[in-house]
Design a protein around this ligand. Sequence first.
Ligand SMILES: C[S@@+](CC[C@H](N)C(=O)[O-])C[C@H]1O[C@@H](n2cnc3c(N)ncnc32)[C@H](O)[C@@H]1O
Length: 329
Amino acid sequence: MKHTKIATILSLVIGAMAVFIGVRVAFLGQKMPYYVIGWLPVYNLVLGLMAVFLSTILIWKNSRFALPISIATLISHSAVTLFLLISYSGIVSIFSLIAMAIRIVTWVIIIKLLNVQKESQEQKMKEEYISSAKIYDPMLYLAINPIRLAVMDELSQHKDSVILDLCCGTGNQLKLLSKNGFKHLHCLDLSEAMLNVARKGGHPIEIYTEDATKTSFDDASFDIVMLSFAIHEKNRETQEKLVKEAHRLIKEKGVVLIVDYTFDEKTTKLGKMGIDLIERIAGGEHYRNFKGYIANDGLNSLIKTDKFKLIRDSRRTFNGVSISTYQKR
Ligand SMILES: C[S@@+](CC[C@H](N)C(=O)[O-])C[C@H]1O[C@@H](n2cnc3c(N)ncnc32)[C@H](O)[C@@H]1O
């Protein structure tokens, strides 16, 4: 978060300075103590306005467009500087070139900060379950086991299907399926700690350490893709990427099975309180993402009806957990 804040401030300051000087020179006719090429203040004003009203907001909101727009700004400033050096050699003032160089350096720093922020987010994701991997299954057994059984019930007609559990964690669901005659099981997660638990017991399950938002599998590799308690804890961008990846990975008319929280008029007060408590204990970003997921109406706002057709939706845990089966359109 610290990196995002510094990047936001830098973008705002560099943008505001360009707007301030651009307005004074281009519109108020202020004379500079050096020669100014006619179009340069206008260019700086436009890019400054973009930095203040677009880039700064995107960076502040940690949007997926923050990095692309920062890179575009850097490319634009670099190209203009090169153009000035080549086409206006001997005419362009050294002060104009220094100002452009300051802008370029600032945007390089902003891009570096955004990359560091992204890497630390990925690292945090990998590390989140290190301390809880070993106790994850026993700790949640009473709450989760009925759901695991219900999921198996849901899939009972698909024992020969090729199934991928995206963000499979400890592989608890797949182990249950394996024990009950399901044959082609694949388990993918980013956390080695969780996957080490999944490897225990020698079940015939293929296990992969990969990022579920960009897996290495070909399009349409699986009959069924599961996402179990894997969406609510991620930020919106990752949630969208997960659903998109699931859609890419399933075959034509294949099935996506999603288990996650649903808070609506059917959910009991006790269910909402219990789930909120569990998520509160998980804490930090996990809890913030959960709150955002609920505020955004969960899967309803995430699953696009032109991509998926809802086949079945059953409820568990005081109607606070839904097991939703969708078919790829
Ligand atoms: C709440 S656990 C759910 C595990 C399991 N699906 C279950 O039902 O118990 C979420 C899992 O998502 C994994 N995860 C988070 N981000 C991921 C990513 N980008 N790619 C793959 N796995 C990820 C975590 O390591 C964790 O194991």
